[in-house]
Design a protein around this ligand. Sequence first.
Ligand SMILES: [Zn+2]
Length: 88
Amino acid sequence: MDERYCQSCGMPMNAPNAEYGTNADGSKNEDYCKYCFENGKFTRDCTMEEMIAFCVPHMAAANSAMSEDEARQMMFEFFPTLKRWKEN
Ligand SMILES: [Zn+2]
């Protein structure tokens, strides 16, 4: 299992040139993408629902076979498994 996803927005990050986030000391953070996590903190302070609402149009646009409703439903199942949104 070498499939990696951003643990905040669910973006696939298994490409060799995946755009990882950065820690406060400038090192890369492999849990999050650079759009979510920069210089040791999240770029957007939001709830999981807000993150999903933000991502749905991008996901639907990237998958022509997927409607926005389907993208939203998929994310509501997927996002609670991500580190940022997981219930402790
Ligand atoms: Zn992300």
